[in-house]
Structure formats: C-alpha cells, structure tokens
Design a protein around this ligand. Structure first.
Ligand SMILES: Nc1ncnc2c1ncn2[C@@H]1O[C@H](COP(=O)(O)OP(=O)(O)OP(=O)(O)O)[C@@H](O)[C@H]1O
Ligand SMILES: CCCCCCCCCCCCC/C=C/[C@@H](O)[C@H](CO)NC(C)=O
Ligand SMILES: [Ca+2]
Length: 544
C-alpha cells in the first residue's frame, strides 16, 4: 500500500499507558510506547487490556514496543471532545479514569468507530485519548473532523420511513433505540415518517417528497417496505424522464438517491442477502459510512402493462401459495410463514404452463458456481464479445418457478434460493422445480437450509436469464383477475381437469418480493446491465 503522509502524530494517554498516536488520510493508529516504568501515574496497569477492538483487516500487534491498533478513517463514525473534569471529579463513585494520570493529561477526545464483530455484525466502539494540552486536543478533533467531512459518500440528510406494522411490529422501537442514537452521533439529520397505511411511503416518494433535500432514503421494515421505496423512487425517476413503464423493452433511467434498509420485517431477505445479517445496528453503521451496492431490478409486465418491480424473489407455485396463505395470518407475525409453508407443502399443488426464457450467454459464471456475491465481493464481469442464443421454451407441470435476482438468503435459508446469484449483473436465476413426489420436494426444500446443492436433483433445473415469460396452460379471464385482485377465490381456480375434485388449482399467484401478484401470465426483464453498474438502486452493505 502506498505510504500516506502523516497529518498528525502525538504521544497521548490511553487508559494508563502512553501511546504514539498517528493519523494519515487513510488510517488512525495508536501504538503503546514501551517504557521501563510504563505506568504514568497511579492506577492499575493492564498490559494486554487496551479494552477495545479494531477492524479485522488491521492487526493488533504486541511486539517489543507494546500493543498497536488501527482503524480506517473511512470507518470512523465521529470524534468529540470530552469533558474530563466531570468524568474524573472525585464524588466518591467508581472512577473510570484513575485520577492521578488524567490530572497530568487533563484534556481528552473520544473517537467512535466501526468494530467488526461476529457473523458480519458491525458494532460501534469508542476509544478515548488524553492530552497534555487543550490546543493539542482541539487540533486532533479538528483534523479528524476534516477527514470525515472529506468523505463525500457519507449521507448528511436522510428521509426515514418506518413501517410500524411489519415483522414483530417493532419498527419504531428499533429505530428509536438502536438507530437514531447512531445517526445523531454521526451528525446525520433525519426527517422521520411513520407510515399510516400500506403504500404510504411509496406514494409519498412518488409524488410529494422533496428529494433534493436528502442524500438518501431509509426504510425501517421488511422486504415489502423496501419494495415500496423502490417503486416510489424508480417510478418517479421514470416519470420525470419521460420513460414509459408500460413498455417491457424500455430501459430504466437510474435514480440518484440511495435506499438504506434497517431490517424490521419477517424475512428481511434483501437486507440479509446484501449485508450478510439482518441486524439493525449493522445496517445503520453501513448507512453512516456511506456504503453502497448496486442491484438488479426486474420489471414485471402483463399484456404490455407494467405490474411491479422485483429485486429479490419472483416465485410462482410454492412461494406464491405460501405468501397468499400467510397474508391472511399476519396476526401470527413472522411465524405465519412457517405455518403457511408447512400447509402449502402438504397441499403439494403443481401448476401447468410454459416458461420461455432468454439465457444470459454473454457473461461467464453459472448458478451452480461455488462463489458467493455480497456487497464488496464482486466476481469480475467478463463480458463475452458476442451475444449468442435465442429464446428457449419449456412446457410442464411445476411445483415452483422461482426467479432469484439475488441469492435470497435469509435467516431461514442462510445461503438462499440461488446461492451464487449476483447482486448487479443484469441477470436473474430462473429455478424450475417440476412435479415430483412430496418426499423429493421436501428433500429439495431442506437443502435450502443445509450445505447440500438444491439444484443437484433431476426434477430441478436452473438457468441464468435476462428475460423470461410464463404463460399458464389455461387463460385467466378478466373477471377472474378482477376477483383475485380483490383477494377472492373463484371456482375456476379449482382443478380444470377434474372440476369435481379440488386437487390442484389452475393458477397460483406470483410472490413478488413478498407482495402478491394475482396475474399468472407475466413477462419479466432484468433491467440492470453490466454497463450501468454505477446506477444507484442501492442498499447499504459491507465489504467482506
Ligand atoms: N402503516 C402501515 N399499516 C399497514 N401496512 C403497512 C403500513 N406501512 C407499510 N405497510 C405494508 O406492510 C407490508 C409488510 O411490510 P414489511 O415488508 O415491512 O414487513 P413483513 O412483511 O413482515 O416483512 P418481510 O417482507 O421481510 O417478510 C408491506 O406490504 C407494506 O406495504
Ligand atoms: C417444509 C420445510 C420447509 C423448509 C423451507 C426452507 C426454505 C426457506 C427459503 C426462504 C426463502 C425466502 C425467499 C424470500 C422471499 C421474500 O421476498 C418474501 C417476503 O419477505 N418472504 C417469503 C417467505 O415469501
Ligand atoms: Ca442478479
């Protein structure tokens, strides 16, 4: 790594030991100064207990000259001067700093920074340095602040939407207790809207929100809430740029604002698949440091009419039926998916139809790769010079048709529906699960929760595609669609082959990022291409 010029270097007191503290444009480091009599004055000396952690990629050395630590400037959250007097005043209570040592170093500043914890979690840590002189202390604070101000990717003003209804209905509490204090610490100003009904956030973003005032929007909720943000922002951008959303072939204009997610939903698949964990503090820290991750957006059309966008799962059959059933059991909270999942598994419905798709032949990599894509870990996109191949057509009886535009990892399935799917390669992984026995389908489902390959089964196939269409064997009439849109069931849904039994309905619904689409016949295009990777349909996520 190129050696950076030092901006500041001083001997400062940390706990009871003297450290050589140094700052350049990239790193803040502190190294214990080994002296025969290391203790500055008073207090108990803990040579190994410099009580704080540091990023995984930076070593803590314990060489002859003592422990050394470092934190990347890009992961410093805030710096503030400390009122040492109030902290060391002898009021008879337990003293955090031994009085004698801080008497000699009466000025102090605290640096808050990101600490990498277990399983992709991030935490906020503090380290306090004591100085001999007030001017030196101020110089440190000012210099670090200047470094933070120079980080242009960090948001300063955020528009926050909280869904009080998603997941375990803890959105407001999660935001107030875990997220707002971190935004305040990082001097981020916020305008917070607690939604009052479904699509409140979407409509506000689409029509009213003064987007120029913000560096990003944040949703506190689950996949459905993220979907509302995508629809609000993407629709507004297309309208402002005269793009006809009803045309399946139209290229979308990227929007300039980023979307952050604070997970407070039931599945939190979009957050989990990008960040690696559904943890509100981790997501808040990613937002503060300005991380960004482009992602693929699929547009879904029916008869040249725009229906919705999808960024994670489009699922017909099993996942459509689970969602349709679970929506009626929202009162159960996240457990509704387990209940409806088990029930849907027992019904074992299959659906007949034709899947046509355009394979992505101009990229290297397949859904069976062993690589995993999360933010900060991008397989290079090798564009092949020629675009070859045409549409392929598969007819059959399917238990599930899933299009995964990202891995769709979530706590229930830590590697996801398509573990090797890429976040922003302009493709979606189309998974076809043909009619099979209940036992085999269970084996396939259980493999989502283990290390075994869920595609290595003769009734499952997976294709990386740019576009696809599904046409059910039987046409849905307009009147039936109207009723389904209103959440009602119709007799014609009952098995067409054997109207008297009720073995398999003719249609399922599409599960579109957790929202129900009643139209069975759809056309899907993955609209992000490798050429507009810089577009910002982004969630905030981490580097591994
Ligand atoms: N104030 C509100 N009252 C009722 N519904 C709301 C409100 N705000 C948003 N919604 C709707 O709540 C639905 C569910 O929200 P969300 O996705 O946040 O939680 P979830 O479904 O429990 O989680 P997941 O999508 O991760 O499974 C979304 O369809 C959203 O449009
Ligand atoms: C009978 C045993 C069943 C075990 C099945 C385990 C597989 C779980 C895989 C879950 C993948 C979920 C993909 C994400 C979908 C989201 O868009 C959506 C809304 O949040 N959630 C669901 C559950 O539809
Ligand atoms: Ca993709």
């Amino acid at each position: 790594m190129e050696k950076q010029p030092r901006l500041l270097a001083s001997q400062l007191l940390l706990k009871n030991s003297l450290f050589e503290v140094s700052l350049n444009r990239v790193l803040l480091t502190w190294k214990e100064i080994a002296t025969k009599k290391k203790r500055v004055s008073g207090g108990i000396h803990h040579p190994f207990k410099v009580g704080f952690c540091f990023p995984k990629f930076l070593r803590r050395d314990k060489g002859e000259s003592g422990t050394s630590h470092g934190v990347s400037v890009s992961e410093i959250l805030a710096v503030r001067e400390l009122d040492v007097d109030s902290e060391t005043k002898d009021d008879g209570r337990w003293q955090k700093m031994p009085q004698k040592s801080t008497e000699a170093y009466p000025y102090a500043f605290t640096v808050s920074y990101v600490e990498r914890a277990w399983q992709h979690r991030w935490r906020c840590s503090d380290v306090t340095f004591h100085c001999l002189e007030g001017a030196l202390c101020q110089q440190w604070v000012q210099t670090i602040r200047e470094q933070l101000t120079a980080l242009t990717s960090r948001p300063k003003h955020l528009l926050v939407y909280i869904n009080p209804y998603g997941g375990k209905q803890q959105g407001e509490r999660i935001y107030e207790q875990k997220v707002a204090p971190l935004f305040t610490l990082a001097s981020i100003s916020t305008h917070v809207i607690v939604t009052e009904h479904a699509n409140h956030a979407r409509d506000h973003l689409r029509t009213e929100a003064e987007l120029k005032k913000y560096d990003g929007v944040v949703c506190v909720g689950g996949d459905g809430m993220f979907s509302e943000m995508v629809h609000g922002l993407v629709s507004r951008t297309q309208r402002d740029n005269g793009v006809d959303q009803n045309s399946p072939e139209e290229k979308l204009v990227p929007c300039t604002l980023r979307i952050g997610i604070i997970p407070a939903g039931s599945t939190d698949c979009i957050c989990y698949a990008t960040v690696g964990i559904n943890d509100p503090v981790t997501s808040a820290l990613h937002i503060i440091v300005g991380d960004a991750q482009p992602m693929d957006v699929c547009s879904v059309h029916h008869n040249n009419t725009f229906l919705r966008y999808s960024v994670s799962l489009l699922g017909y059959g099993f996942y459509g039926d689970v969602l349709a059933d679970s929506e009626r059991k929202r009162w159960m909270g996240p457990a509704r998916y387990d209940f409806s999942g088990f029930k849907t598994f027992l019904t074992h419905h299959y659906y007949e139809g034709t899947v046509s798709f355009l394979p992505a032949t101009d990229i290297l990599g397949t859904p069976r790769d062993k690589t995993r894509c999360r933010a900060g870990y991008h397989q290079p996109l090798f564009l092949l010079p020629e675009y070859k191949g045409g549409w392929r057509v598969i007819r059959g009886k399917f238990l599930a048709i899933n299009a995964a535009s990202m891995s769709c990892a979530c706590p229930r399935s830590p590697k996801g529906l398509s573990p090797a799917a890429h976040l922003a390669d302009g493709t979606t992984d189309l998974i076809l699960v043909r009619k099979c026995s209940r036992f085999n389908f269970l084996r396939h489902l259980l493999r989502h929760t283990s290390k075994y390959d869920q595609f290595d089964m003769n009734f499952v196939e997976v294709h990386r595609v740019r576009r696809f269409r599904f046409t059910p064997r039987y046409c849905q009439s307009d009147s039936e669609l109207d009723l389904r849109e209103n959440g009602k069931r119709l007799f014609s849904q009952i098995c067409r082959d054997h109207p008297a039994c009720s073995c398999s309905p003719a249609y399922s619904s599409w599960n579109c990022d957790g929202e129900i689409l009643p139209h069975a016949a759809i056309e899907v295009g993955c609209v992000t291409t490798p050429y507009n990777l810089l577009c910002k349909y982004t969630v905030h996520s981490e580097s591994i």
